[in-house]
Design a protein around this ligand. Structure first.
Ligand code: ADX
Length: 205
């Protein structure tokens, strides 16, 4: 990334990230959920956040539809807008991770190169979770009625219909959400988080 400002010098924090993680009794990092609209990103991110919060974790969800009401309210769905959306979220997620949180992101993030940029921003603490539901399954669910609108030509650049989705080739975890229940997907995600982020003995909720 190029930096436009000149004469800027980064400062060292006096509280190390490890100290924050030790206090929270879990590692911090980014769990990056990617998949088509309707693949279950928001449902699973919110479910996992709830479950982990109740067990004492410092956890927060960044969600596409929400972020597009604020931080990314100036962006649409053209490729360069999506790239900028994901760049911003990647940087914000990295900051949250630096603050000691486990960040769950729920963005379509259709371009491999953009996800690679987000991965780089998190400097290694990035886990790409692919929610592998195909267009037919997502269209069948169509929770917001957007696929029907896109088919009628009312939404341009709609992912899976008139805009591409590039499936991950290096995801840390893949869940076929078309072939499994929400409860089972949540259990898989929870087990993954415990394996990769838990530290020491935690209180039982
Ligand atoms: S991303 O491509 O930049 O990652 P993001 O996750 O922020 O997308 O936003 C996707 C959400 O915006 C979808 O869940 C859907 O509700 C809504 N949406 C509106 N227009 C589109 C579109 N053209 N393509 C995909 N999603 C859209």
């Amino acid at each position: 990334m190029t930096i436009k400002s000149k004469h800027i010098t980064a400062v060292e924090h006096r509280i190390a990230r490890q100290a924050r993680c030790a206090r929270n009794r879990h590692r911090s990092g980014v769990l990056w959920l990617t998949g088509l609209s309707g693949s279950g990103k928001t449902t699973l991110a919110l479910g996992l956040e709830h479950l982990l919060f109740n067990r004492g974790w410092q956890v927060y969800v960044l969600d596409g539809d929400n972020v597009r009401h604020g931080l990314s309210s100036d962006l649409g769905f053209a490729p360069k807008d999506r790239t900028e959306n994901i760049r911003r979220i990647g940087e914000v997620a990295a900051l949250f991770a630096d603050a000691g949180l486990l960040v769950l992101t729920a963005f379509i993030s259709p371009y491999r190169a953009d996800r690679a940029v987000a991965r780089k921003a998190a400097r290694g603490d990035f886990h790409e979770i692919y929610l592998q539901a195909n267009v037919a399954a997502c269209e069948e669910r169509d929770p917001k009625g957007l696929y029907a609108k896109a088919r009628r030509g009312e939404i341009p650049d709609f992912t899976g219909i008139s805009a591409p989705y590039e499936a991950p080739d290096r995801s840390e975890l893949t869940i076929d959400t078309a072939a499994t229940t929400v409860e089972h997907s949540l259990a898989v995600l929870h087990a993954y988080v415990e394996r990769n982020f838990a530290l020491g003995d935690r209180p039982v909720a």
